[in-house]
Write a protein that binds this ligand. Structure first.
Ligand SMILES: [Cu+2]
Length: 540
C-alpha cells in the first residue's frame, strides 16, 4: 500500500535522482530481411533494426545526438511529448525546424514531465515507414499501478519496398485511384509476427504490458485469450482501471494494461495480433492477417485452446467508455469550434489528394514556427503562413473543439502534436453516404485524453483541448500515404506569447542557413503579406 507520504517521498527522491540520458544516434541505411519475405534497404540507428526501445524515468532529461548518415535530410519526433517551450524540438521537418541535412548533427533535448508509453520516429520524408521508429517508455516516478514485471510489445506493418517506391503509383495520374493495394507483413517486437519471442508468466504475478502500434497504414487487434486486460494507461494518460478483452489500435496508438497471471502453470496460452485496415467495401485477400505468440507458464505445458467464438464476443477497449484518472471534467465552455472533413478529391495535375480543409497541406518555404517567432503581431494572421500550411491561429488558453467528419471509405488515425485531447463524442456523419452503424456516443465520466484518435468510416469525432502550450503543432492523419497527400493542418498557438518565451537554439538557426532555408519572415521568407516565391498550391 502506497500512502500519500510515501508517494511524496518517492517523488522527492526521484527529483534528486533525475538523470540525464544521452544517446548517440547514427541514422543510416541498412539491408535487412525483417519478415522472411525479402531483403530491402531500410533505415536503422547505429546499424540496428529493429531499433531497441528507449526507457527513461519521469523527470529525466533525454538528449539525443542525431548524426544523419542518410543521403537525404532527416528529423525525429517524440510522439506524444508536449514540448512546452521547446516546440523547435518537436521534429516535423519544415514545420518546427528545418531538417538535418545529410552528414550533419543535431541534438534533441527534452525533460518530459509526462510518464507512459510513447514512440519515437522519423518525421521527414516519411522515413518512419522505412524502419526509423522505436518504442519510448517513460517509467512512472510514482507507480500508477501495482505490478511485478513489465513487457513491451511493439506492432508494425512492413512493406517489401521503400515508401518512395510505393508512392510512385499513388503520385502517377495514369494509375486509377485508389492504386492497387500493396501487402504489408505484421511485425511483433520488430520481427515477423509468426516468429515472436515468448512472453513468460509466473503463476500469480501481475504484469504491466505496454502495446505500441508503430504502423504506417495498418491497425492491430491485440488479444490474450484466457486473460483479461485491465487498462491503466492510454498514451501517457493514467486511466481509471478498466477491464477489457482486447485492444483495437490504429497507427500511432498505445495502451498499458495489467494482466494477472493464472494461479497455476497448468496451461500455456497464446496472444493474437491481427493486422487489418478497414476499407469499405473490404478488399478481399488484403487483410486481416493473423499473428500469434506464446505466453509460457511452463515449458511443454499444453496449450489452452478455448477462445472467444467471434469478434463480437470480445469487449474491445473503447475511448468513449474510458475515463481519465485525474478526474478532469469535460473542458468548457468551448471558445472555438473547428469543423473539419477528411475528403479525397482530384486535383488539376491528375493526382487524388486527401484534404482536411480546402487545400492539401504542403510544407512552406519557411517553417511556420520561424514565421510565428519573427513576424511580430502579424504572426496572429493565418495569411502570413501561406495557404498550404492550412494554419489555424489559436488564442492562449482557449478551449478548442475539433469536430472531424470522415465520409471517406477508410478509417483514419489523427494525431495532434504537443497536446492530448479529450475524447468527447463519436457519431454517424451526416456527410457519409453509408447507413449509420452506431448511434451517437458521448463520454460519460471525465473523458479519457490521448494524442491519436481513430475516426471510422462514415463517422465523426469530437475532441477538446486547451491551447495551453504556445507553439506550432501539426494535426494530421498518421497513415503516411494520406499525410503525404496533404491530410494535415497546422495549429499556430499563442504566437505572441511564443515570441516571449521561446529561443531557438543557435545550432538550429545555423543548420537552416547552411541549407539556404530562411529562418524569418512569412511562408515565402518575405515581409508582411507578400508571398511572392511561395510554390503554388495544386488546384482542385
Ligand atoms: Cu488517413
Amino acid at each position: 500500500m502506497i500512502t500519500y507520504t510515501h508517494a511524496i517521498l518517492f517523488l522527492l527522491l526521484n527529483i534528486c535522482l533525475a538523470a540525464r540520458i544521452e544517446l548517440d544516434w547514427d541514422v543510416g541505411y541498412m539491408m535487412v530481411n525483417r519478415d522472411g519475405f525479402g531483403t530491402r534497404r531500410a533505415i536503422g540507428i547505429n546499424g540496428k533494426l529493429p531499433i531497441p526501445a528507449v526507457y527513461i524515468t519521469q523527470g529525466d532529461t533525454l538528449a539525443i545526438n542525431v548524426h544523419n548518415s542518410l543521403d537525404v535530410p532527416t528529423t525525429i519526433h517524440i510522439h506524444g511529448i508536449f514540448q512546452n517551450k521547446t516546440a523547435y524540438n518537436d521534429g516535423p521537418g519544415m514545420v518546427t525546424q528545418c531538417p538535418i541535412p545529410s552528414g550533419a548533427n543535431y541534438t534533441y533535448e527534452v525533460t518530459p514531465e509526462q510518464q507512459g508509453t510513447y514512440w519515437i520516429h522519423g518525421h521527414y520524408l516519411h522515413q518512419n515507414t522505412d524502419g526509423f521508429r522505436l518504442p519510448f517508455v517513460i517509467k512512472d516516478a510514482t507507480p500508477i499501478a501495482d505490478y511485478d514485471e513489465e513487457y513491451l510489445i511493439s506492432l508494425e506493418d512492413w512493406y517489401l519496398t521503400e515508401f518512395a517506391d510505393r508512392m510512385h503509383e499513388v503520385l502517377d495520374p495514369k494509375v486509377p485511384f485508389p492504386p492497387p493495394p500493396s501487402f504489408p507483413t505484421g511485425l511483433i517486437n520488430g520481427y515477423n509476427g509468426n516468429d515472436t519471442q515468448v512472453i513468460k508468466f509466473t503463476p500469480g504475478k501481475r504484469y504491466r504490458i505496454r502495446v505500441v502500434n508503430m504502423s504506417t497504414t495498418e491497425w492491430f487487434k491485440f488479444v490474450m485469450p484466457g486473460h483479461r486486460m485491465q487498462i491503466i494507461e492510454v498514451e501517457g494518460i493514467r486511466s481509471v482501471p478498466q477491464y477489457v478483452d482486447g485492444l483495437d489500435m490504429g497507427p500511432g496508438q498505445r495502451y498499458s494494461f495489467i494482466v494477472t497471471a493464472h494461479k497455476t502453470d497448468q496451461y500455456n496460452y497464446i496472444y493474437n495480433a491481427t493486422l487489418y485496415a478497414n476499407f469499405v467495401p473490404a478488399i478481399m485477400g488484403l487483410n486481416p492477417r493473423f499473428y500469434t505468440g506464446l505466453i509460457e507458464y511452463r515449458s511443454g505445458a499444453p496449450l489452452y485452446t478455448q477462445t472467444a467464438s467471434s469478434d463480437h464476443d470480445i469487449e474491445w477497449a473503447d475511448d468513449i467508455k474510458l475515463s481519465s484518472f485525474d478526474n478532469e471534467p469535460l473542458l468548457g465552455p468551448v471558445s472555438r469550434k473547428i469543423l473539419l472533413t477528411v475528403t479525397s478529391r482530384q486535383y488539376a495535375d491528375g493526382i487524388t489528394r486527401g484534404v482536411l480543409g480546402t487545400l492539401p497541406y504542403n510544407a512552406t518555404g519557411v517553417p511556420p514556427l520561424f514565421t510565428a517567432l519573427t513576424m511580430g503581431r502579424l504572426a496572429m494572421s493565418p495569411l502570413v503562413y501561406g495557404p498550404q500550411a492550412q494554419v489555424y491561429v489559436l488564442d492562449h488558453m482557449d478551449v478548442i473543439e475539433i469536430e472531424l467528419h470522415n465520409p471517406t471509405l477508410i478509417d483514419h488515425p489523427f494525431h495532434l502534436h504537443g497536446h492530448v485531447f479529450q475524447v468527447v463524442e463519436y457519431g454517424p456523419s451526416e456527410l457519409s453516404q453509408l447507413p449509420p452503424k452506431f448511434p451517437v456516443r458521448r463520454a460519460v465520466g471525465p473523458p479519457i485524453k490521448r494524442d491519436t484518435l481513430v475516426v471510422r468510416v462514415g463517422e465523426y469525432i469530437k475532441v477538446r483541448f486547451r491551447a495551453d502550450s504556445p507553439g506550432v503543432w501539426l494535426f494530421h492523419c498518421h497513415m503516411d500515404v494520406h499525410f503525404m497527400l496533404g491530410t494535415a493542418i497546422t495549429f499556430v498557438e499563442a504566437p505572441l506569447l511564443l515570441q516571449k518565451q521561446t529561443t531557438v537554439p543557435e545550432s538550429l538557426i545555423q543548420m537552416c542557413l547552411s541549407q539556404g532555408i530562411k529562418v524569418s519572415g512569412n511562408a515565402a521568407g518575405n515581409e508582411g503579406y507578400d508571398l511572392t516565391g511561395l510554390p503554388l498550391a495544386p488546384v482542385p
